[in-house]
Write a protein that binds this ligand. Structure first.
Ligand code: NAP
Length: 272
């Protein structure tokens, strides 16, 4: 898998594992913990080193499960890249610091690699960034980013952040080009900001596209793999598919090594 160089000389695997609906939805649900822990352990075993979570996922329980799997794996912390996200109504100065400490405690780590504002807040961005900047200075957070921000909001966040934003995490897939149409993809690419594509699989629609099916069949790949390879072929685009089933975890990781031809890219570009 190619990796993205980070400003401090380390690197980021462009395909990470999403954790939404691991450990519950907006509330904690422990009924499938064994299955989720098994998926996280297997992901680490086969080579996933980049994980995306949020304080809101399972009301903190996704972070707890991920933290447990990471600890048990014995893999050195510096080999793992962990993203978490602050829920927008916590974005006061004190609330931001408390939210970050909560995520660190649940994950069982003393720093986050990337901390995102999950959605545009109704609270002033200034207060949140004062706290976020302090967290970076105190080495509780390595990089800052945003999620679901449009271009004008990104510009405000870029101006308030003392360090360059690493990413804007947005919905982007073969079947959802909203953030290409609204200029965010171009803005990210022109300013050296990664676009992290969430919900990259749009499961139902993957199965129903004849173009995708024929490209996948010709390569002996699955439609999901082609959908991920299409994202990763674009400059500055990374992605975080969620999977619990072993077959899905394996397929998605392997998709990062598929190189699409210019003709295949053109056919896929035209799908939207
Ligand atoms: N920032 C935000 O506001 C935001 C919003 C949504 C999501 N996210 C992040 O992005 C991550 C990914 O998005 P998502 O969870 O919404 O959707 P997704 O990754 O597009 O889809 C996940 C679904 O696809 C299935 N799947 C995984 N790999 C597959 C494969 N190779 N073939 C067929 N099906 C496959 C999974 O099944 P199994 O689980 O059964 O394997 C699961 O049902 C989230 O987990 C979260 O970390 C962020």
């Amino acid at each position: 898998m190619k990796t993205y160089p980070l400003p401090d000389g380390t690197s980021l695997p462009p395909l990470g594992l999403g954790t939404w609906r691991m450990g519950g939805g907006m509330n904690a649900d422990t009924s499938r913990d064994a299955e989720v822990l098994e998926a996280l352990r297997y992901a680490l075993q086969i080579g996933y080193r980049h994980f995306d979570t949020a304080e809101i996922y399972g009301n903190g329980h996704a972070e707890e499960l991920l933290g447990r799997a990471l600890r048990e794996s014995g893999i050195p912390r510096e080999e793992i890249f962990i993203t978490s996200k602050i829920w927008p109504n916590h974005l006061t100065y004190d609330g931001t610091r408390r939210a970050c400490e909560g995520s660190l405690r649940r994950l069982g780590t003393d720093y986050l690699d990337l901390y995102l504002i999950h959605w545009p807040p109704s609270l002033p961005l200034e207060d949140g960034f004062r706290a976020l900047n302090a967290l970076v200075r105190e080495e509780r957070v390595r990089y800052l980013g945003v999620s679901n921000f449009d271009v004008p909001l990104m510009r405000r966040a870029e101006a308030l952040s003392e360090t360059p934003l690493l990413t804007n995490q947005v919905p982007y897939s073969l079947f959802n080009r909203d953030y290409a149409r609204n200029g965010v993809l171009k803005h990210c690419q022109e300013h050296g900001i990664l676009l992290t594509a969430y919900t990259p699989l749009e499961k139902g629609r993957l199965a129903n596209s004849p173009v995708l099916a024929s490209i996948a069949a010709a390569r002996g790949a699955t439609p999901a793999q082609i959908a991920l390879a299409w994202l990763l072929a674009q400059p500055g685009v990374i992605t975080i598919p969620k999977a619990v089933q072993r077959r899905h975890l394996e397929e998605n990781l392997a998709a990062a090594d598929i190189q699409l031809t210019p003709e295949e890219m053109r056919a896929l570009d035209a799908l939207a």
